[in-house]
Design a protein around this ligand. Structure first.
Ligand SMILES: [Zn+2]
Length: 431
């Protein structure tokens, strides 16, 4: 049993309560109780194996990154300041073509460390060599939804889409003990994945009751491709073919018609918004206001480190708020609470986990982070929510708990030898 006492708790519950002088009791990986600190201390102090003093700390749900490619941390700083086509064909594809499972393992460890150290406790991934990702993620103690990528081209792991689907089936039927890892199927995008392959992916997703995630309407070129080949927008094509529904998560959607927005809302498709990646690659800007007005559920994502170039969800939150204020010419647009919801409870909803994750409430999984708010850039605390979204940084996260396990305490990673991993990464991957 862990007791976090005397803290300010940003619950993200349905009332969005912020509790002062509060405590949380964690037992068997779940939140057993939450309430006034001195009352909970009376109840649980004696039984608690570990007591964390929350004085000057803000306790909140761990952040959920709804779209990334973890091992692309290996491509951080490898391809910048260039047009998208050049970025893909001259840098990313050739690099990825040489990747082996071992590389993906090291890249995932690197990305996983970065995530924990910046307050992300759960993420949605999509990359080759899922077994290597699983190995890294399990060592770190992270929670993840790992997407098996499917595309019509030959890729580092698979010769064909059928190979990828067969491998996915093997992974999905393999018995696993860990409840922290789930899987999804990830048809890549329309330009690399045929409608036929999308259909096969959807069939598999339905059979195994898993999420289908894909990149969608990310670039103007993709929309043009779809209009030319299928005479439809990417959204209309996939909705009409029953590929997308409430069990889908689509990343980017920068280029939408008003009709697309309605279709996404009606089909209850979940969206992953990755504004930093979209800005860096100049892909476009997702119409946040239009989607929210129609009630589309949106989570936030960093995308891979090659197009961001970090996995810091605090930075993603701030930039997301700012870019939409600018685009709408309205400083009241994309307010802090909306943005924080996209990184917590709505992100949980986007992966079908809103009953288990995304807020601090009794019975939910104990995925919790503690931030040190006794720092110059986080004082005074007129408005904790505002400080979190506009002033906080990933490295303000001091302690991270996932499924009731402390994975980082006072900035020290608990489950792996971080220095050793960083040394290996710098030796293996350099200019
Ligand atoms: Zn992506």
């Amino acid at each position: 049993m862990i007791l976090i006492r005397n803290a300010t708790i940003l619950t993200q519950d349905s009332k969005r309560q912020i509790l002062k002088n509060a405590a949380i009791c964690i037992k068997d990986g779940r939140i057993l109780d939450i309430g006034i600190s001195h009352e909970l201390e009376k109840l649980y102090k004696k039984r608690a194996k570990k007591i964390i003093d929350g004085e000057g700390r803000v306790v909140m749900p761990g952040l959920i990154n709804t779209h990334t490619h973890l091992a692309m941390t290996l491509l951080r700083g490898y391809a910048d300041d260039m047009p998208l086509k050049k970025w893909w064909f001259e840098k990313v594809f050739p690099f990825e073509g040489k990747l082996k499972a071992e590389d993906v393992y090291w890249g995932s460890l690197l990305g996983g460390l970065e995530m924990i150290e910046s307050g992300t406790t759960c993420f949605v991934d999509g990359y080759f060599f899922a077994d290597a990702i699983v190995m890294a993620v399990e060592e770190l103690g992270l929670r993840a939804n790992i997407g098996i990528p499917v595309l019509d081209f030959k890729c580092p792991e698979f010769e064909s889409p059928d190979d990828a689907l067969a491998a996915a089936e093997k992974i999905l039927t393999k018995p696993r003990g860990a409840e922290l890892i789930k899987f999804s199927i990830a048809p890549h995008m329309l330009q690399s994945t045929s409608l036929e392959t999308y259909r096969k992916c959807k069939k598999l997703a339905d059979r195994y009751k898993i999420i289908l995630q894909t990149h969608l309407a990310e670039t103007e070129a993709e929309v043009e491709y779809s209009r030319k080949k299928y005479k439809k927008t990417p959204v209309r094509l996939l909705v009409e073919n029953r590929i997308l529904d409430k069990n889908s998560l689509v990343a980017h959607v920068c280029h939408l018609t008003d009709d697309d927005v309605v279709l996404l809302a009606k089909s209850r498709v979940n969206v992953s918004h990755c504004p930093v990646s979209n800005m860096k690659l100049v892909s476009g800007l997702m119409p946040l206001k239009k989607l929210l007005n129609k009630g589309v559920n949106i989570g936030l994502g960093t995308d891979g480190a090659c197009s961001n170039n970090n996995l810091d969800m605090f930075e993603e939150m701030k930039l997301s708020a700012l870019v939409h204020k600018l685009a709408e010419k309205d400083p009241s647009a994309a307010e802090a609470q909306i943005i924080l919801d996209m990184a917590t409870i709505n992100a949980a909803k986007a992966i079908g986990e809103e009953k288990n994750l995304g807020s601090i409430e009794r019975g939910k999984a104990a995925d919790i982070i503690l931030l040190n708010f006794q720092q110059p850039h986080l004082l005074p605390d007129y408005n904790i929510l505002s400080n979190l979204v506009y002033s906080a940084r990933g490295n303000d996260v001091e302690t991270a708990i996932i499924n009731g396990q402390i994975v980082m305490e006072n900035r020290k990673i608990q489950n792996v030898n971080e220095n050793k991993i960083l040394k290996i990464i710098s030796e293996r991957y350099n200019g």
